[in-house]
Design a protein around this ligand. Structure first.
Ligand code: IPM
Ligand code: MN
Length: 356
């Protein structure tokens, strides 16, 4: 198979973790006899520095003609601390999501037994957690217009809009994922207050009977936030709108204590994008100390979701688990044991895959 990939390392530790991810991609491609071709482009703060635009047209053109996009991280303290900055790296992210039609952000959250004690929750609550958050990514309050301020500057407004089509396509996706998992979908909304949420719930109630083998649960978002920390094992697939999803996916990603380990996929109309959940970690940039595993596991998701190559994804996951079992880990999860460099962890995983 020919794998045609756009590579966007981005800011901070992005380039370092991407380098390891590409080594893994190349090694797996060689092993399974796939032809890999990839091209790099800029995004985020580096793109602003180079072109003035956090998501330049050339980057967009490259993504459009690629079957998958590997994305590192964006964000830079230079912009975070400047309230007057006119362009921000995050705008690049939103523009990229919208223009590539990346409508579903998928975050699998599962436990790594050796990291459970890093969870803010008691181990017995977290053991065996295996859930998947599906967040709608191109609608809702993030993109609804009008958005702005009154002339005197003392009143501000946002608009939350969802169409039937947007809601239907993400709900169907949630059911399809649930069918390959434990067959339960939890639809999260605020249908007791918000009109868009009432439409979500109405459409979910229409769609649910088309999947009689899947159990459907409805939760208000406040209740869902509570249940996620009280009883995280009760979730299988959780599906929700953009802003609720932004908040709940952050909550979900820390309950297992393995934030630095979690990958994500954004499924799109034109292409799909794969990135670690963590940010650009600017304090560690260039130091060869950051944890590359979430980026490498994003490559596993790419093989599985973008190319439907399950064995390739499984081998990467196996290699990552083996590296952890062998204690070849970066300082964030070394806990008193020897801390390996980012590049050493990457090299170990590449060797494991090569020798398999
Ligand atoms: C995320 C981030 C972004 C979002 C920001 C950086 C715009 O928090 O990917 O979850 O809110 O969607
Ligand atoms: Mn977020």
């Amino acid at each position: 198979m020919k794998l045609n990939i756009a590579v966007l390392p981005g800011d901070g530790i992005g380039p370092e973790i991407m380098k390891q991810a590409l080594n893994v991609t190349q090694t797996v491609s060689d092993k399974f006899h796939h032809e890999l071709s990839y091209q790099e482009a800029v995004v985020g703060a580096v793109a602003i520095d180079e072109t003035g635009d956090p998501y330049p047209a050339a980057t967009h053109a490259l993504c459009l003609k690629s079957d998958a996009v590997l994305f590192g991280a964006i964000g830079s303290p230079k912009y975070d601390n400047d309230p007057n900055a006119k362009v921000r790296p995050e705008q690049g992210l939103l523009k990229m999501r919208k223009s590539l039609g990346l409508f579903a952000n998928i975050r699998p959250v599962n436990t790594f037994p050796s990291l459970i004690h890093q969870s803010p929750l008691r181990a017995e609550l977290v053991e065996g957690v295996d859930l998947m958050c599906i967040r709608e990514l191109t609608g809702g309050m993030y993109f609804g217009r009008p958005q702005g301020r009154s002339e005197d500057g003392n009143t501000a407004y946002d608009t939350c809009i969802y169409t039937r089509e947007e809601i239907e396509r993400i709900l169907h996706l949630a059911y399809k994922f649930a069918r390959q998992r434990r067959k339960k979908v939890t639809v999260v909304d605020k249908a007791n207050v918000i009109a868009t949420s009432r439409l979500w719930r109405q459409i979910a109630q229409e769609i649910a009977p088309q999947y009689p083998d899947v159990e459907t649960d409805y939760l208000f978002v406040d209740n869902a936030a509570m249940r996620l920390i009280q009883w995280p094992r009760s979730f299988d697939v959780l599906v929700t709108e953009n802003l609720f999803g932004d908040i709940l996916t952050d909550e979900a990603s820390v309950i297992t204590g393995s934030l630095g380990m979690l990958p994500s996929a954004s499924i799109g109309l034109h292409t799909s994008l794969f990135e670690p959940i963590h940010g650009s970690y600017p304090q560690a940039a260039g130091k060869d100390i950051a944890n590359p595993l979430a980026m490498i596991l994003s490559v596993a998701l790419m093989f599985e979701y973008a190319f439907e190559l399950k064995d390739e994804g499984a081998l990467i996951r196996e290699a990552v688990n083996a590296s952890m079992e062998a204690g070849i880990v970066t300082e964030d999860i070394a806990e008193g044991g020897k801390a390996y460099k980012l590049s050493e962890v990457g090299a170990w995983i590449v060797e494991y895959i090569r020798n398999k």
